[in-house]
Design a protein around this ligand. Structure first.
Ligand SMILES: O=P(O)(O)OC[C@H]1O[C@](O)(CO)[C@@H](O)[C@@H]1O
Length: 436
């Protein structure tokens, strides 16, 4: 994996990073690296995330999924970091990415349609919740369980549960003696892709989870006291410095359909870790080449408040483009789709500094287990570095609690500060909707 930061230097971009600023920052990177390594050595809360490639035991995961290893599909019931890591890995690596469906929302139409489309007898259930109390996950699990019962499929024979030591999900697993895996100690959900939290569906679907962990180890080995020696820290240092210089939005634009969910995973990692104390880059999700015909206008000619992070695999499968039968298309003759998307990548990356806007590039070797593991780990390490440099609480997410408390109080019919705020919130309705 390599990171190219050239298109975000002040010599070609505004906001941009002066080489001298980067050299100066490198001393702070060294200090942050030392702090991170100390946290890893002590398995400190949060920093323990960066020990997962060594701490995760692939054999234990394979043993736990053995009873359902014959499943043709997996349905993951989880949300946030309890779903996005697995979703990202299976989308990137599964032979058939559609064999992993994820219920990480409580949209009744979507849940009903998803369950209706599955042969439950051939589908394993992967329920994941660190706290074991998340309303969306528990509600969806109860709906999924009932669907299995209604179709006469013994759900206790088709399930793996990954959860903490307490809470209703742990109690349910104990009550039915279900195969369970622990969530990693001291690792927030968004950092847990390289643990049972992210690796059960890949293991069931025959993905090389050992390769994913090996890729994570490679990225860990590349952490160094200088950003110039570590792709992860180079990316993190640039993202931090660009934010300081005004790039408040970080648009992640992978040039591979199989990395679209990586953008969703990155969004939680970046937003929940760094959106603290009135700061934090807003992660925008884009996809190349598609969003060249959509968001690129804004990235090149909108506010100077963005950096675009391009991601691509160097090696790709290929599809020849048949010779065109119109002279206006003669430029496509003898080319292939891989060559076309790579040409579009090069053109679009260059189009940012051509409009003196910053771009960062992340290139992985190919879409295989080691490269994906390396990418996920490197982004986690980059995120931890930004948290150190920005001096924020990287590993907690207190701001999400208000909505959870309000939802629970609403559902229970309780009168709380939150429900009062819901009742009294400012409204000015324009237009009509039919009254329910
Ligand atoms: O794994 P749990 O406890 O169900 O939490 C799911 C997600 O909800 C959050 O706690 C935010 O509410 C995320 O940090 C986490 O990934």
């Amino acid at each position: 994996m390599h990171v190219d930061i050239g298109a975000a230097l002040a010599s070609v971009a505004d906001p941009g990073v002066e080489q001298a600023t980067l050299d100066e920052l490198d001393e702070r990177v060294a200090a942050a690296h030392e702090r991170i390594e100390q946290g890893r050595d002590d398995d400190e809360f949060g920093y323990a995330s960066l020990n997962l490639p060594e701490a995760t035991d692939a054999e234990t995961i394979r043993d736990a999924v053995a009873p359902v290893a014959d499943a043709e599909s997996v349905i993951t019931v989880g949300i946030g970091g309890s779903a996005l890591g697995a979703k990202t890995i299976t989308e990137a690596l599964a032979e058939d990415p559609d064999s992993h469906v994820v219920l990480d929302n409580v949209d009744p139409e979507h849940v009903r349609r998803t369950l209706g489309g599955l042969s439950l007898a051939d589908t394993a259930i992967n329920v994941v919740s660190r706290s074991g109390t998340t309303a969306e996950t528990l509600a969806n699990f109860l709906v999924v369980r009932e669907a299995y019962e209604d179709r006469g499929v013994d759900w206790t024979e088709r399930i793996v549960v990954t959860t903490g030591d307490s809470g209703p999900l742990r109690a349910l697993a104990d009550q039915h003696d279900l195969p369970t895996l622990p969530v990693p100690e001291g690792v927030p959900g968004r950092f847990s892709a390289l643990s049972a939290v992210g690796l059960v569906p890949p293991a069931i679907l025959g993905i090389d989870i050992e390769g994913l962990l090996a890729g994570g180890r490679k990225a860990a080995d590349d952490l160094a006291p200088s950003l110039y020696d570590s792709p992860a820290y180079a990316y993190g240092a640039m993202a931090y410095t660009l934010e300081e210089a005004g790039a408040k939005v970080n648009a992640v634009m992978p040039y591979a359909e199989r990395l679209e969910s990586f953008g969703e995973w990155f969004a939680q990692l970046w937003a929940e870790s760094l959106g603290k104390d009135g700061r934090g880059q807003t992660p925008a999700r884009a996809l190349g080449a598609t969003d060249q015909h959509s968001q690129l206008q804004l990235y090149r000619a909108g506010y100077r408040d963005k950096v675009v992070t391009f991601v691509r695999p160097r090696e790709r499968a290929d599809v020849a483009i048949p010779d065109p039968d119109h002279e206006d298309l003669s430029y496509l003759a003898g080319t292939d789709l891989g060559g076309l998307i790579d040409a579009e990548y090069e053109a679009t990356v260059a189009s940012l500094p051509a409009a003196d806007r910053p771009a960062l590039e992340i290139e992985i070797d190919r879409l295989d287990a080691e490269s994906v593991g390396e990418l996920l780990y490197a982004m986690e390490a980059a995120c931890v570095l930004v948290g150190e440099l920005a001096d924020v609480e990287t590993f907690t997410q207190p701001a999400v609690e208000w909505g959870k408390n309000a939802t629970r109080a609403l559902i229970r019919g309780e009168a709380t500060e939150e429900t009062a705020a819901i009742d009294d919130r400012e409204r000015l309705r324009i237009g009509e909707t039919e009254s329910l």
